[in-house]
Design a protein around this ligand. Structure first.
Ligand code: KG4
Ligand code: ZN
Length: 358
């Protein structure tokens, strides 16, 4: 069967066609995966502007879907279902995808499948690598989320921990902004960190040992926190005089080496926190594999350290390709196929849900 996936939860309009292979170990293959990024639109504002994002999704959605069908060399008649991101995300953006998918499913007489965005990120690992050895611990780390999940059985996701404040990608974006490096911050910091000294700036690491008041079901010691680190970078930048302005002036002439050192030191602390918690969780839950997915999984240091620690501790580790790391519809189509085969479809009055729980 072929499924059309649609993703519009944030600032990428994406459509993809994914097919079932019939191979249980490697169940899905990508026929097309078209992504229209709005990055240049939001760059001048230093972050995603929700109203601009939803308007741009409206402009792009028809063309993106047509191209996805064309590149996959299929028509509407060849499809067996349509999967769409229901949430979480920006509600105006989500509504564009959900409305389009509902209309298309109704017009083409196809079943509709509602997908959780993070289930998509988790299934990107299977789309890329085939079924993971289970139980697996999966770290989903993006601009909006930093959470650990336990996958006991295919399609079952149990949340083990989350960030108490900023997501890791959000911290990258905010630190880049205060250093005047532009948006999105992750790729720029990643690049500059390669020429920086990661021990040059003393930045604090966070380890949370007490339970989370807002999520009493979670023990808490696998939780993340990045807002203190971001503040520490801000304090350092202000105190050291590296930054003469308020950080918003991109023409500011700061010594490039010191900026690179800040990037490298910040990145070391973030990656260490992510890797430590993921491997702690894997040990605690006797996981047979570890996966890392979401936009920040594109980070070069995180990818390298995951592989290195996995080899050292003799546990297989998995990553999506760079294209499948950031938001895309192929992962939504894959998660949609998983759900469809479990017999779950969405009602015709499906609504977007900005705070959808997994
Ligand atoms: O998954 P994603 O595309 O969107 C969300 O669901 O949030 O993730 C986007 C996030 C942004 O915060 C971006 O700065 C971060 O992923 N990111 C990176 C890298 N590439 C993207 N962070 C660190 N290093 C990278 N190479
Ligand atoms: Zn995402």
């Amino acid at each position: 069967m072929l499924i059309l996936g649609i993703e519009t939860s944030c600032d990428e309009t994406s459509a993809a066609v994914v097919e079932e292979t019939g191979d249980l170990a490697r169940p899905w293959a990508i026929r097309s995966n078209v992504v229209a990024s709005q990055v240049t639109l939001h760059r001048e504002w230093g972050g995603v502007v929700p109203e601009l994002a939803s308007r741009q999704h409206i402009r792009d959605i028809c063309g993106v879907v047509e191209r996805a069908l064309h590149e996959a060399d299929v028509t509407w008649h060849d499809l067996g279902a349509i999967a769409v991101t229901q949430g979480p995300g920006l509600v105006g953006s989500l509504l564009v995808g959900v409305s389009f998918a509902k209309a298309a499913a109704s017009a083409a007489g196809l079943p509709l499948v509602a997908v959780h965005h993070l289930a998509g990120h988790i299934e990107s690992l299977v789309l890329q690598n085939g079924e993971l050895p289970l139980p697996a611990v999966v770290l989903v780390v993006s601009g909006g989320h930093t959470s650990l999940y336990l996958v006991d059985r295919p399609g079952q996701y149990q949340r083990l921990s989350r960030t108490r404040d900023d997501a890791a990608g959000e911290a990258y974006d905010k630190v880049a902004k205060l250093l005047g490096l532009g948006y999105p911050g992750g790729p720029v910091i990643d690049r500059l960190a390669r020429v920086g000294d990661d021990r040059a700036i003393p930045l604090p690491t966070t380890r949370l040992t007490h339970a989370d008041r807002n999520a009493p079901d979670l023990k808490g010691d696998l939780d993340f926190s990045f807002s203190g680190l971001k503040t520490a970078v801000l304090r350092y930048v202000k105190g050291s005089g590296v930054l003469s302005g308020d950080g918003s002036d991109e023409k500011d002439s700061r010594p490039r080496q010191e900026i690179a050192d800040i990037c490298a030191s910040f990145q070391r602390v973030v990656v260490t926190a992510l890797i430590d918690r993921a491997f702690d969780a894997a040990r605690r839950y006797s996981a047979k594999s570890i996966g890392v997915a979401g936009g920040v999984s594109a980070n070069s240091r995180l990818r390298a350290e995951l592989q290195m620690h996995g080899e050292r501790r003799e546990i297989p580790t998995f990553l999506p390709s760079l294209q499948l790391s950031t938001d895309n519809a192929a992962m939504i189509a894959a998660a949609g196929l998983r759900k469809f085969r479990a017999g779950v479809t969405a009602p015709q009055d499906l609504n977007a849900d900005a705070a959808l729980a997994l």
